[in-house]
Design a protein around this ligand. Structure first.
Ligand SMILES: [Zn+2]
Length: 136
């Protein structure tokens, strides 16, 4: 298992007021640089599926191989802002506590939400997969 010292992701202070991308708290204090990524269905992959690759339990494909005209695509762009409490949970790798915090906050703000704990866990897994590590 790698230590956190060598695994630590880069963290950038936020100057302007921005909501937390994890729990939607109005005041985030840091942001985590992250590669852009998208979610869609396997059916959206154009013919020539030999471009599919498997990594981290997910199938990956280049963006130009996805038919965006007929299938929904969820796009995540750029860095992720975090409030102090979410940051503390992220830094401690307390993913389940972060999941509970996020779903409670979403349900408080939008009681009719259809998001589930597994939706949040998937989002966090993808965040961890795509966040950019600090330079060695
Ligand atoms: Zn937060």
């Amino acid at each position: 298992m790698e230590s956190h010292a060598t695994e630590s992701a880069s963290v950038v202070p936020i100057r302007r007021s921005r909501a937390c991308d994890f729990c939607a708290h109005p005041d985030s204090t840091v942001s985590y640089p992250c590669r852009d990524f998208s979610l869609t269905t396997a059916a959206s992959v154009k013919s020539g599926e030999d471009t599919l690759s498997s990594n981290g339990g997910f199938l990956h494909v280049d963006a130009d191989q996805v038919d965006r005209s007929r299938f929904p695509v969820v796009v995540y762009r750029g860095d992720w802002a975090a409030c102090d409490l979410c940051r503390a949970l992220i830094e401690a790798s307390r993913i389940e506590d972060l999941t509970q915090r996020i779903i409670e906050e979403i349900r408080r703000q939008s009681p009719s939400t259809r998001l589930t704990l597994d939706d949040i866990r998937l989002m966090l897994l993808l965040f961890w997969e795509h966040r950019l590590k600090a330079a060695a």
